[in-house]
Ligand binder design. Structure first.
Ligand code: V47
Length: 382
């Protein structure tokens, strides 16, 4: 949906002068004309010192696509197992099979977890887990059923392409057969994790046992063709270069041209604590904002960009709403993956706090469902 921009206070002429000073006049012209940016343009946006200029450009696109709306939803997280055999160097959440501290949630655990929120209105459950080599395919089907038993109406967004790859390996149903069986059991969309950085070098160095760029993209394509929507993440702030980030973004854009199945781009800030890369500094606020802005500018075929408040903190997410983001994720009752890696944000937020945070940022809060249908617009009169 195209919505008229709200903030047009700065005149065209002074904007033009600003982008000329920053050496970005040609990119400004392309953005104004709605033309696609090249990979080389994207690199310049990563390299220019004038982050505010990049943010203001991204805001043009953001307001063109979403007007003044800022989206959130009421969601609940379930991480069904932390047992994983993939040994990704950036992960603090995983436990090797047999290692102390490993868990696998069973029917009664899932029921208890959901019943904890009996009095809370939630529209989405977001379910992911590690790659536990001994879980049978029936476990994943049962898991969806256990959720359905307690919350028949909730939207189930579950399983990254890494988990889907594991299920295809063990189900004996083939790729599409596996996804269709999951859909029959209640799966309605997929989260965008597991992509990390879609580049061979980064794959080799950081997560070589896990599926790589080509397989992640191939599975996303298949899942989209089965009729499921998904999101796409990018894990930044570790060993990747700006050129590798652009490679990632261009691969997402090319697949989106083919399938149109991605809803949202979500840059994820690397949290180094308790990982094999704990010696690295955490990404700065500047890097957070730049990834949002470059993502917004490059991914002209994505409707939404998420500033995931759990990762970025609520204050930086607020600023990101003027740098290209139009979504902050949701109430996220009890996030654990990033908190194991040192996230100091709360593990959830109330709707009231989210609405206040979005309003403070000058945006109109919109509660959405998983597929971005508007459930409630918090206009100023509300
Ligand atoms: O793929 C793991 C990342 C992802 C760390 O689809 C880390 O709406 C930072 O994909 N520091 C899983 N990041 C989470 C995910 C996600 C999150 C929010 C919303 C959505 C969505 C998806 O988390 C993994 C990996 O890229 N991750 N460890 C870490 N130490």
């Amino acid at each position: 949906m195209s919505v008229a921009p709200q903030s047009t206070a700065v005149s065209q002429v002074s904007l033009q002068a600003r982008y000329t000073r920053a050496g970005l006049a040609d990119i400004f012209d392309k953005v104004q004309a709605g033309e696609r940016l090249s990979g080389a343009d994207g690199l310049r946006l990563y390299e220019t010192p004038d982050l505010q200029a990049v943010g203001a450009l991204a805001n043009i696109v953001r307001e063109r696509k979403s007007g003044n709306f800022a989206y959130f939803n009421r969601n609940l997280r379930i991480d069904y197992t932390n047992v994983c055999n993939k040994q990704c160097l950036f992960c603090a959440f995983d436990r090797l099979p047999g290692e102390p501290g490993g868990y696998v949630l069973q029917r009664e655990d899932i029921h208890a977890r959901l019943h904890q929120y009996d009095d809370v209105h939630v529209t989405e459950v977001h379910i992911i887990g590690g790659i536990h080599p001994r879980l049978p395919f029936s476990y994943y089907i049962d898991l969806l059923g256990w959720v359905r038993e307690v919350r028949p109406d909730i939207h189930i967004k579950a399983f990254t392409m890494v988990e889907i790859a594991q299920m295809i390996k063990i189900s004996g149903l083939g790729p599409e057969g596996t996804v269709r069986a999951l859909m029959d059991a209640g799966l309605q969309s997929c989260p965008g994790g597991g992509a990390e950085v879609l580049n061979e070098r980064v794959h080799r160095e950081l997560f070589r046992i896990k599926i790589g760029p080509a397989q992640w993209l191939e599975l996303q394509k298949m899942v989209h063709q089965c009729g499921l929507r998904s999101t796409a993440t990018m894990l930044y702030g570790h060993i990747e270069t700006a050129a590798e980030r652009i490679e990632h973004i261009e691969k997402l854009r090319a697949l989106q041209d083919e399938t149109g199945g991605f809803q949202t781009f979500i840059p994820l800030a690397f949290h180094p604590a308790n990982t094999e890369l704990s010696h690295l500094p955490a990404p700065s606020a500047f890097d957070d904002l730049r990834n949002i802005a470059v993502g917004r500018l490059m991914l002209d075929n994505f409707d939404h960009v998420k500033a995931y408040w759990i990762m970025m903190s609520a204050p930086i997410s607020q600023i990101a709403l003027a740098y290209g983001a139009d979504d902050v994720d949701g109430t996220t009752l009890e996030e654990t993956v990033f908190h194991e890696a040192g996230a100091v944000t709360p593990t959830g937020m109330t709707v009231e706090s989210i609405v206040r945070m979005l309003r403070e940022a000058g945006r109109t809060p919109v509660e959405r469902d998983t597929l971005y249908q508007h459930l409630r617009v918090y206009d100023s009169a509300a």
